[in-house]
Design a protein around this ligand. Sequence first.
Ligand SMILES: [Zn+2]
Length: 237
Amino acid sequence: MTIRSIALLAMAVPFSVCADNSSAAPLAVYYSFDTPPSALLITEMQSEVGRILAAAGVRVAWRAVGSPRNGEDFQGIVVFRFRGACSFDRDPGPNRYPAKSSGQPLGATDVADGQVLPFGAVDCDRLRQFIAPLMKSLSLEERNAILGRAMARVGAHEIYHILTGSEEHARRGIARASHSRAELTAPIFAFARAETDWLRAWAAAPVPQPTVAAVGSDTIPRETEITAPESISSVAR
Ligand SMILES: [Zn+2]
């Protein structure tokens, strides 16, 4: 079985809706971090993913990878790995970053034999480097909070691939193939109308997804299985 990944790219050039479906079983996001992030960053990330998906009536339940199911009923399950250092705490500073960071994959979802798998990843190192130029005048706490927000937007993009089972991208909003610094860090960034409508329909009647038999660290694809990302020209796919 070959596993490759579809990737959300950083874009060099620099954009809300509401519904209530609180009775539906939530979407479970099983997550793991390569390095432990701050509580503030996790709170910011989780609340932003919750805000983005709540616009389509999708509720989210966060679970650490390896935590027991306890008989919980989930409408869907996605597994996320947050790679690298998801924090500005030991950041080398903007002057130490490579000058050109656009076109780099910020997140990815695994695809095996043409089927989108429920395994996503966010590359915190690349994401941190990408948004760093906008963070210069902010405090460490503010930078970490905004990094958490940006991680949520990349994560929501990958969640959309996983739930739709599609590698397609939208023309606007979070489901677009690339995100700018401004979009990742702005107070508001959301799915466009068509994708919000799709998610709302999913919340009402979820599309079957590949079964996740057990969510543990051994179920997360290895780094070596991630291959070169799509180029930015894949927007029209
Ligand atoms: Zn994508």
